[in-house]
Design a protein around this ligand. Structure first.
Ligand code: SF4
Length: 623
């Protein structure tokens, strides 16, 4: 049954292009001629989802198979949802407009915790039972992956199975298994059993979680023989060999990142102790410059985009950055393409590079010292000194920038009032450095934006045990800093993040299966698009916790013992608990850990036998 979206509907919603499909490079296949129909769901609005590289990659990888048709599905915005519910229009895929319910596999990518209610809402709009146990023969399998799947437990009741780690290879194994199962005509559980045998696949219903009297977990055990005790993440070992989409879909409307994204490498050599991405994507695996240049050329030709952006967790750490960017600049200059260089450490080389890449456009520069004092930056292993910061700021102002953003976190482990005051001191330093440059040499009109987010302890980081500050504590710190900054300079603007959102993020980042009930209740209480200010309903959330008799502080604010069984203990992301504990101890003592290129500190990711771990071990460092 194909959905028909008449003009009347489209004229009555904001940005109708969110729902029409038909964009340049969209894959068109005859659904009758494929064995497997895959609905790739992004639990946020079109503009956000279309900016996501992972989705583009998996769309490409799946559609390369002639036996599979992968289509895109996004969360309808509130105006569209209202019309869909009024008219009984089910959730549909953009390519064919077929209802999602008719697909074989419905896959969600979980990029941030605050999209969880959208997952439920999309399933409901699709007419698929929310609880996995209520799905029957004629329902699709609902699967999920992405960074949040490293603690899959809050969604354990709703998802048939999770993919842990990088998806390009494992997704193909899942499709193969699905075809085999479909031909066999056996029951739903049989497919789950087949899937559970694929490395990197976690089937939550095959595990039993037991609890102690104090509500902590006493055990997470598989219920069938042959089901792994621990599920290890999948990684792509050879980044040069893996498929990368050059012919990405080009939207009709502006999206968050509306440009070619060139992925330079996965993982990060640095070990910032608050950063989940820095640990779960280990080890660093680079693409070679030749492959990147080929992909850049191909993408420019196949999309017509006039901007290309380098994607990685830390661009400056790419081992061939100088030579590579020189070649890339030749290409972008010749084709009149703008090159954007995010995640760069600011030094003379990069200023030079940015000037060459972006010509005259002097947009704002972003610095992320994360903490206000050197002591706290050592605690979090940020790896930058006061002097680095001062140099970068001076270079930026001398280079003609007058608009800088400084990012910090409040609520980091061991933080004191002095550390918060240090943020204001650093902002003051920025202002002073600017005024020290002779008038004729600096750009007019200084603008320093200080932003603070609230620290959220995340699984698989050395701070995973740490109890988050309460909403009240965060608020007090924000107001203290606001007051301090207001006395420094009129050139400073202060933005702070809503602590209540970060509190919920911490609950779902570190939650166990029981918080799934709250999720369901909150969604019923009207929560969705929680990452969007205009939709966030804190009271509805608090009511949901109360109705379910679950204390959110138990998950967010409680510091856990090293010995406690964590809700994600049965997931193996490579980095060992022992290493994380060691790092946590070092953090409390303010001892920094060198990056992987300087010395391997034996985090555990060497088990994958890939990327940098191979090189540094060969270099004589302890694996
Ligand atoms: S095993 Fe060593 S080189 Fe590999 S990611 Fe861990 S610390 Fe870095």
């Amino acid at each position: 049954m194909r959905i028909r979206l008449d003009d009347k509907i489209l004229m009555n919603v904001e940005k109708p292009a969110r729902y029409t499909g038909g964009e340049w490079n969209m894959v068109v296949k005859d659904p009758e001629n494929v064995d497997v129909r895959f609905a790739f769901c992004f639990p946020d609005v079109y503009e956000v989802g279309m900016s996501h590289l992972g989705m583009k990659i998996l769309y490409h990888v799946l559609n390369k198979r002639s036996d599979t048709y992968c289509e895109r599905v996004f969360a309808p915005w509130a105006d569209m949802e209202k019309i869909m519910r009024e008219r009984g229009i089910p959730l549909f895929a953009l390519e064919t407009k077929d209802p999602v319910k008719e697909f074989d596999i419905v896959g969600f990518t979980l990029q941030y915790e605050m999209c969880y209610t959208n997952v439920l809402n999309m399933l409901d709009l699709a007419g698929i039972p929310l609880l996995a146990e209520e799905r029957g023969k004629n329902h699709p399998f609902v699967i999920a992956g992405g960074p949040c799947a490293c603690n899959p437990e809050p969604l354990a009741d709703f998802i048939d199975f999770f993919v842990i780690g990088e998806g390009e290879e494992v997704i193909l194994e899942i499709i193969d298994a699905y075809k085999e199962w479909k031909n066999s005509g056996s029951g739903r559980t049989e497919f789950l059993r087949m899937a559970a045998k694929i490395p990197g696949v976690y089937v939550p219903s095959f595990y039993k979680v037991t609890y102690n009297e104090d509500n902590t977990i006493s055990g997470i055990k598989p219920v069938y023989p042959g089901i792994p005790e621990k599920v290890r993440k999948r990684i792509i070992k050879d980044m040069d060999a893996v498929d990368f989409p050059e012919d990405i879909v080009v939207p009709f409307i502006g999206t968050v990142h509306d440009r070619i994204m060139l992925e330079m490498f996965r993982g990060c050599i640095r070990g910032c102790r608050f950063c989940q991405a820095g640990f779960i994507y280990r080890p660093v695996r680079e693409k070679s410059p030749g492959v990147l240049l080929k992909q850049a050329k191909g993408s420019i030709e196949k999309t017509g985009y006039e901007e290309i952006s380098l994607v990685s967790l830390s661009t400056s750490d790419y081992s061939c950055l100088a030579d590579f960017t020189e070649e890339l600049l030749k290409l972008t200059e010749e084709r009149k393409i703008n090159l954007s260089l995010p995640s760069l450490r600011i030094d003379n080389f990069t200023i030079d590079l940015m000037e060459k890449a972006q010509k005259v456009r002097k947009s704002g520069l972003t610095f992320a010292p994360e903490a206000g004092t050197q002591r706290l930056r050592d605690v979090i292993n940020k790896g930058i000194t006061e002097e680095d910061m001062e140099n970068s700021l001076r270079i930026a102002f001398e280079g003609g920038w007058n608009n800088v953003k400084l990012y910090f976190m409040v609520g980091l482990p061991t933080e004191t009032e002095e550390d918060i005051a240090g943020i204001a001191d650093l902002a003051k330093k920025a202002v002073d450095i600017y005024y020290r440059i002779p008038k004729e040499k600096r750009a007019k009109g200084l603008n320093v934006t200080v932003s603070t987010s609230c620290f959220v302890p995340k699984p698989f980081t050395p701070f995973q045990w740490f109890g988050q500050n309460t909403v009240e504590e965060f608020h007090k710190k924000q107001m203290y800093l606001k007051d301090k900054l207001s006395k420094v300079s009129r050139a400073i603007t202060y933005n702070w993040h809503d602590a209540r959102v970060s509190f919920l993020e911490a609950v779902f980042a570190r939650g166990d299966r029981r918080v799934g009930r709250v999720l369901l209740r909150a969604w019923r209480n009207g929560c969705r698009f929680d990452a969007w200010n205009e939709f966030f309903k804190y009271d509805a959330w608090m009511q949901a916790f109360e109705e379910e008799g679950i204390d959110p502080a138990f998950y967010a604010n409680r510091t856990r013992d090293y010995g406690e069984i964590l809700p994600w203990s049965h997931i193996d992301m490579g980095v060992s608990q022992k290493f994380l504990q060691r790092e946590c101890e070092k953090a409390y003592k303010g001892i920094v850990t060198p990056n992987c290129r300087i010395q391997c500190t034996g985090c555990g990711s060497a088990v994958f036998g890939a990327g940098i771990c191979k090189t540094v071990s060969a270099g004589g460092n302890t694996p």
